[in-house]
Design a binder for this molecule. Sequence first.
Ligand code: MN
Length: 744
Amino acid sequence: MENPQNLNNIEDENAYIENQYQEMLAIYKKSAHRQKIELIDKAFRFAVDAHQGVRRRSGEPYILHPISVARIVAEEIGLGSTSICAALLHDVVEDTEYTVEDIEERFGKKIAQIVDGLTKISGGVFGEQASKQAENFRKLLLTMSEDIRVVLIKMADRLHNMRTLASMPQAKQLKIAGETQYIYAPLANRLGLYAIKTELEDLSFKYEHPDKYEELSSKIAKTKESRDKLFEMFSAPISKALDALGLKYEIHTRVKSVYSIWRKMQTKNIPFEEVYDLLALRIIFDPDENQSEKKLCWEIYSAVTDQYKPHPDRIRDWVSTPRANGYEALHVTVMGPLGQWVEVQIRSRRMDDIAEKGFAAHWKYKTGEKDDSELEKWLQTIKELLENPEPNAIDFLDTFKLNLFASEIFVFTPNGDIKTMPQGSTVLDFAFLLHTDVGTTCIGAKVNHKLEPLSYVLNSGDQVEILTSKKQTPSEDWIDYVKTARARAKIRSLFKKEYRNIMKKGETSLKELLDSHGQSMSRDLISQMLEHYGKTKKEELFYAIGKSQINLDEVPKLFFKAKAESKWMKFWKLQFGSNKKEAKETANTNKSKVLTLTESSKNYRIAECCQPIPGDDILGFIEDENKFVVHKCQCPVAMKLKASHGDNIVSAVWETHKVLSFPATIRVNGIDSQGVLSRILNVISEENEINMTKVNIDTKDGIFEGDITLYIHDVEDLNNLCLNLLKVHGMKSVNRIENDKQGK
Ligand code: MN
């Protein structure tokens, strides 16, 4: 058959097309696939019709391209009818009036999906914006995760385009060659399509560096004679040994590809002459049915190394542990007869097929059911391979800085833009990715048209429409909803600003309060407050004040003692024993013998454990020089102190009161009824005019119980309050409690 460009009438051209198609079909017929000739035929006729009258740049009828792609798919990748049909139809949707729906109607859902995938990735990768390669490659991967056949057919498409690249203008050649080098060759390698990978690399190299390519090709050609001689010399003793073993085998030479020679020269900075592994030997054997491939590999290894000395560091056993992409072989490098290293690759026929065609060949070797379910299994294998790259498969991902793949998801905006995000990203992450304002006002999203909350974890392929509201105010727990560093940082800075504002407000409020009491913000005061409120930094303290978590009203009573003392000492006075000796005598026995301490000489605080108030029997404990802690006499802590540090106990009495208030906690419980809680609070704050600092009342199954912390002058007032509270309808008991554990 003549070159189609020279055909001068339509009949000849049609005959040529038919012939090309039949050649492709013949290859398929020889395969182990189920013979779905009718469907393939239908796809072919449909494609012929769709591309009618269209020509490639080379002048040949367009349909010859899909036929060639289908042939690569069948012959070089080993795929079946679904892929062949999809390959025949792969440019129909993109280049003709037909739609994906038209394809689905005629060829079913699966083929239509693959054609759709091919159409989608085609536009971008072949588009004019070369800078968008990376993004497009991700789209490619995304589609791949749906059906790996899309990528395999794309690979065939690219291979054919590379084989016919000569007819393209030079600028386009460079662009396509670059893309091939950057995207498709590594992908072919990753998929185990070594033959295709090598050809893609060589073709790219040829268009990118035509002079170098020519130079190296001619050098390889020139060394052919000496290589052949070496091969003869080298392989003869091996053949003899293998014959003696009674093996069925072939020995081939494998000459390093032009591109890999060039790359070796580049990376090792050596001239062509020093590329020692230019020649490799490949021994392919056909085992008998019951022979173990692995055992035979090592028998051959033994025969080879009987003849030649192996390089100790260059044995690769991919038989025991195949590479992640399925490659199996035993490699050994030995010292040849002329003193150069020669690599010997030992493979069974099956291993060789896998090496050349990838997993498709693997599948071919699985006998028995040869329907789509088996193919599905294989596709699943590759998919998993790509999703969970094993260590030695990482190279591929590193090449593209796409180690994100396993940990990245692809999410669509409502108008179809793809955004990549780390796996585990939520609706809120996505909102912040779009815009900070979208993030801060986000109230949820429609994910695939279904309403989902901020915290919803997105999946690859989700289409997300963010819903916002001006009324939304971000909250600090949003940090827990986001995965991306970006959203985290945004939320943090948002709250840092707010945090600072609240802190400032708190600081100002405290300062105003101090001013109005003639106090200053001393280090001592701050450290007392920090201790009391369980804060570690003054910023936290100011923030708590700004947030009204700390009631400023209680501050003067709690912390202004030292200065306020002079005022309130007029009304009441604590009297302590003046010295230890005296205190010792009086502490437990004689209360009449207490001494009054002068204002200036004493310093004391109310014990937190028992919270004594005027009217309680109390004692003082000397904490350190001139500092006392006042406990109730019956306080367990005080009891212990009496026993262990009796010397430091002094007796003390309240003298007068009714001006200062002290914290006390009461526990109430009773039968719940409507309004009962508000009546309780009313009795306390309105009728008895007592300030509460903390109210914590639970109701459960018709019972209420809770604690109320309040400021009270003395025991008498407290007792009155308790009596008043007991009058509240439903109240069962009101008790003063000493601390968290102890009821009275
Ligand atoms: Mn194409």
